[in-house]
Write a protein that binds this ligand. Structure first.
Ligand code: SF4
Length: 78
């Protein structure tokens, strides 16, 4: 469970507007706005899966991103 005592800065955001429920993309729901989106992201919805040994789960083909991309200080792929 998140804790207010352990805040570590502002959450990052992605550009663009959230699609209307009737206009959700076929694949990943973030595929129209995600800077890491690949062809697969537009076709398939990523399954929810455990992230390594942590209690957290993620629905992204490329998580954790650092395993697939070189990240700059701003978090964008290089
Ligand atoms: S699966 Fe991951 S990389 Fe692909 S669009 Fe969704 S969030 Fe972005």
């Amino acid at each position: 469970m998140p804790s207010l005592a352990s805040r570590q800065g502002a959450l990052s955001t992605i550009p663009g507007a959230v699609p209307l429920p009737k206009d959700m993309p076929q694949g990943c729901r973030f595929s129209t706005r995600c800077p890491f989106a690949a062809e697969r992201c537009h076709r398939e919805r990523p399954p929810l899966r455990a992230l390594n040994q942590s209690p957290h789960h993620v629905a992204c083909f490329f998580a954790p991103l650092e395993n697939h991309f070189t990240l700059s200080a701003e978090g964008a792929c290089a």
